[in-house]
Design a protein around this ligand. Structure first.
Ligand code: 13P
Length: 248
């Protein structure tokens, strides 16, 4: 692992209950690894997460509104997330893009809203299987990244995290090989370095997509992989902690 402090974030998606939070709080109280750890449960559990998880563990939302507070039934704004103790928020997850029609422009708006409220965005990018097979991986992830860079400015990435999550690897058990992931991570960092080398160098780039305790070590050992965004394996305390421990 390089000089960037590794980060491991657990994205529970629409899973988990109060009981999982209790298990996680207990297990994470005994975690003293090198990686910064963030837990992202569904909205109803955020305040309880902040109250029960150790202070050293961050809490993050999985989504936020692209609007200010107001008449937007069912939405949650950035200041609300900040007020209940979130420090991070996942933005542009492929499930949001594919199932809820989030566009690059909407994702850029959410990114700006998050930062205005003092939250660190975890911006997700990633190609589908068809895009990879057509040889368009770099073109797709660069477009997703640059849509936000162009909207908010490169300086905003000094306080952000980017997660590369190939859609074909999410929840499928098909992890990108460490080499495949490293290749895309290096390209993302190069893309940002063209705008600002220092920011590109300090930015944490997470890999997500079927990360498990037994493959995390090799992925995290790649020079441009600074930790992970974990779905299924973040739903049991033992496997999540094992992955956190693999990041060093
Ligand atoms: P899995 O780890 O379940 O593949 O999910 C990855 C993910 O989408 C995290 O945001």
């Amino acid at each position: 692992m390089n000089k960037r402090t590794p980060l491991v974030a657990g994205n529970w998606k629409m899973n988990g209950r109060q009981e999982l939070l209790g298990d996680m709080a207990q297990a994470l109280a005994g975690y003293h690894g090198e990686a910064q750890v963030v837990v992202c449960p569904p909205f109803p559990y955020l305040a309880a997460a902040r109250a029960t998880l150790p202070e050293t563990v961050g809490v993050g939302g999985q989504n936020l509104s692209d609007q200010e507070d107001g008449a937007f039934t069912g939405e949650v704004s950035a200041p609300m997330l900040a007020e209940v103790g979130c420090g991070h928020v996942i933005i542009g997850h492929s499930e949001r893009r594919a199932l809820y029609g989030e566009t690059d422009a909407c994702i850029a708006d959410k990114f700006a809203r998050a930062q205005a409220a003092g939250l660190v965005p975890i911006l997700c990018v990633g190609e589908t299987l068809e895009e990879r097979e057509a040889g368009h991986t770099e073109q797709v992830v660069r477009r997703q990244l640059l849509a936000v860079v162009d909207a908010v400015g490169i300086a905003a990435f000094a306080q952000a995290v980017v997660a590369y999550e190939p859609v074909w690897a999410i929840g499928t058990g098909k992890t990108a090989s460490p080499e495949q992931a490293q290749e895309v991570h290096a390209d993302l960092r190069r893309t940002l370095a063209e705008k600002d080398p220092a920011i590109a160098d300090s930015l944490r780039l997470l890999y997500g997509g079927s990360v498990k305790a037994d493959n995390a070590g090799l992925l995290f050992a790649q020079s441009d992989i600074d930790g992970g965004l974990i779905g299924g394996a973040s739903l049991t305390a033992d496997s999540f902690i094992a992955i956190c421990q693999a990041a060093k």
